[in-house]
Design a protein around this ligand. Structure first.
Ligand code: AMP
Ligand code: MG
Length: 472
C-alpha cells in the first residue's frame, strides 16, 4: 500500500507575503522511528511501507498534494520584540481534514534551512524530537489542548549542538500554526490589508462565530484561559511562552525546555535559558495575559476607530485574570473531588497547595493519593495535614461521588523529567524501548497499569533533573 495524505491546503492561498515556498532539504539515511496510527486514522492518512514513510516524513520525498512552505511570523522573545522570526527549521507540508471535521496542519520540524533560519542549521536532534513526541501525546491523553505527533524519523546525519547528536525530524500536527507572532509580523510592518486578511482567515478557521478583530481577540482569550488553567492543573511548565509560541487556536505549541513538576513549587523553572524565571510555573497566567495584550495591540491596528477599539480590547484583556482564576478553581475543585462551588473552596485548595509546597510533596502523586486516602504519606509534616483533611472530609459530604471525580482529574502518570532524560539517553544509544513504553503507558494516564510503578515514582535525589535545555 502506498502512503496517501489527502491534502487540502488553504494557508498557501493567502499569498506570498505570508510565507516563503521552501522544499525540505533531503537527509542522508532516513529511518522511521515512530508512526502514530491512531492519529493517522483521524487525519485520514493512509500508511505506506516503512521506506516510503521514512522518505516522506524526513522530507526526502514531497508527497502529492503538498505545497511545502515556511511561515512568516514575528514575536516577543523573553519580552523583547523581534519583527522577523518565521519557520527557521520547520516546513508546512499542507493541511488535511480529519474525520472529526476539523482542519489540521502537517508540519515537518527539523526539515532544513529556510529563508528565516538566520544562523540556525534548520535541523533538530533526536532528544527534542522524542521529547515533543512523548510529551505532546501525553498532554493529549491528559485532556490538555495540544499539537500532536504523527511521526518521527532519524536522519542518519549528525547535528552539532553541545556536541555531535543524531539528527531527527518530527511530523507535527496542529489545528494551525497561527501564532500571536503571526499577527505581530504584519502589524509591525503596517501591512493593514494583510492583517485584515489574516484576521478573517483565523476567524473562519478557528472561531467562525467570532465577529471582527475584537471577536477574535475574545475567542483567543477564552481558548488561552482554558489552556493555561489546564497546564496549571497538571503541573506543566511550558518554559518558553514567547508570543511566537502562543497559538491562536489555544493549543500547547513548541515543546522546548518544557517540563512537569515533581514536587510542588510555585516558582519552579526548568528552562536553562529562563534565567530570570519569567516563565516560572506560577507566572504562566500573567504571561498569558501579557501575550494576549500583544495580540490586542496588533489586532487594533486594522480598525478604523482605534479609540473605541482600545476600550473594548482593554476590557477583553483585563477580564482575563479573573477568567483564568475561575477556570483554575473549577479544575482544582475537581482535583479534590468537588463539583459544586462554595466560597470557602478557594481557601481550602490554597491551603492544601501551601502544605504541599512546605512539605515538598509530589504534586501528581499527592493529588492522586487523595482519592485513595493515602495523602498523608506525602507530607513531611503530617500534623499540619490532619486539620486540613478534617475540613476537606466535611466539605466532601456535600458531593455525590468525589472519588470518581478525583480519579478522572488526577493522573497516575505524567511524563516525568528524569524518565524523559533516561529515554533520550537510551535512544541516542540505539534503544527505543523506554520511548515505546512511555508512549503506551501515557496513553492512559488516569488508569493504574501493572508493571508501570516505576513511571509513577518521583525521582530519587540523584535522578532529579534541574534544567532542561533549549538546545533544540
Ligand atoms: P523556538 O525557540 O523553537 O520557538 O524558536 C525561535 C525561532 O528560532 C524560530 O524562528 C525558529 O524557527 C528558530 N530556530 C530554532 N531552532 C532553529 C534551528 N536549528 N535552525 C534554524 N532556526 C531555528
Ligand atoms: Mg517557536
Amino acid at each position: 500500500m502506498a502512503l496517501h495524505i489527502p491534502f487540502d491546503n488553504t494557508y498557501a492561498q493567502l499569498g506570498s507575503g505570508f510565507y516563503s515556498r521552501q522544499r525540505p532539504a533531503p537527509v542522508a539515511a532516513p529511518q522511521l522511528i515512530a508512526f502514530n496510527q491512531t492519529l493517522a486514522d483521524l487525519l485520514q492518512v493512509q500508511a505506506g511501507d516503512l521506506v516510503e514513510m521514512a522518505e516522506v516524513f524526513a522530507g526526502n520525498q514531497v508527497p502529492e498534494g503538498a505545497d511545502p512552505l515556511a511561515q512568516a511570523y514575528a514575536g516577543h522573545q523573553f519580552g523583547t520584540f523581534n519583527p522577523q522570526l518565521g519557520d527557521g527549521r520547520a516546513i508546512l507540508l499542507g493541511e488535511v481534514l480529519g474525520t472529526d471535521g476539523r482542519r489540521y496542519d502537517l508540519q515537518l520540524k527539523g526539515a532544513g534551512r529556510t529563508p528565516y533560519s538566520r544562523q540556525g542549521d534548520g535541523r533538530a536532534w533526536l532528544g527534542p524530537v522524542l521529547r515533543e513526541y512523548v510529551v505532546s501525546e501525553a498532554m493529549f491523553a491528559l485532556g490538555v489542548p495540544t499539537t500532536r505527533a504523527l511521526a518521527a524519523v532519524s536522519t542518519g546525519e549528525t547535528v552539532w549542538r553541545e556536541g555531535g547528536m543524531p539528527g531527527a525530524v518530527l511530523t507535527r500536527v496542529a489545528a494551525s500554526h497561527l501564532r500571536v507572532g503571526t499577527f505581530q509580523f504584519f502589524a509591525a510592518r503596517g501591512q493593514t490589508a494583510a492583517l485584515r486578511q489574516l484576521t478573517e482567515y483565523a476567524i473562519s478557521r478557528h472561531y467562525p462565530q467570532a465577529e471582527g478583530p475584537m471577536g477574535l481577540l475574545r475567542a483567543v482569550r477564552d481558548a488561552q484561559v482554558r489552556l493555561i488553567a489546564a497546564w496549571m492543573s497538571v503541573g506543566f511548565i511550558h518554559g518558553v511562552m514567547n508570543t511566537d509560541n502562543s497559538s491562536i487556536s489555544g493549543e500547547t505549541i513548541d515543546y522546548g525546555p518544557c517540563a512537569f513538576m515533581d514536587h510542588y513549587r510555585t516558582d519552579q523553572v526548568f528552562s536553562s535559558i529562563d534565567r530570570m524565571g519569567r516563565y516560572a510555573y506560577s507566572n504562566q497566567p500573567s504571561i498569558a495575559v501579557w501575550n494576549l495584550a500583544q495580540l490586542a495591540t496588533a489586532l487594533i491596528q486594522q480598525l478604523d476607530d482605534p479609540q473605541q477599539a482600545v476600550e473594548e480590547a482593554t476590557e477583553i484583556v483585563h477580564t482575563m485574570p479573573a477568567l483564568i482564576e475561575t477556570e483554575w478553581l473549577r479544575l482544582f475543585r475537581r482535583k479534590i473531588g468537588l463539583e459544586t462551588a462554595q466560597d470557602a473552596d478557594m481557601d481550602l485548595i490554597s491551603d492544601l497547595l501551601e502544605l504541599m509546597e512546605q512539605g515538598q510533596a509530589d504534586f501528581t502523586n499527592s493529588f492522586r493519593a487523595l482519592a485513595d486516602g493515602r495523602a498523608v504519606d506525602y507530607f513531611r509534616d503530617s500534623k499540619a495535614f490532619e486539620p486540613w483533611q478534617a475540613r476537606w472530609m466535611q466539605r466532601r459530604e456535600q458531593e455525590q461521588d468525589p472519588q470518581a471525580i478525583m480519579r478522572a482529574s488526577n493522573p497516575v502518570y505524567i511524563p516525568r523529567n528524569h524518565r524523559i532524560e533516561e529515554m533520550i539517553a537510551s535512544a541516542v544509544a540505539g534503544d527505543f524501548t523506554l520511548f515505546e513504553r512511555l508512549g503506551t503507558v501515557l496513553q492512559q494516564p488516569f488508569t493504574e497499569q501493572q508493571g508501570a510503578e516505576d513511571l509513577q515514582r518521583p525521582p530519587e535525589a540523584h535522578e532529579v533533573v534541574t534544567a532542561t535545555f533549549c538546545g533544540t
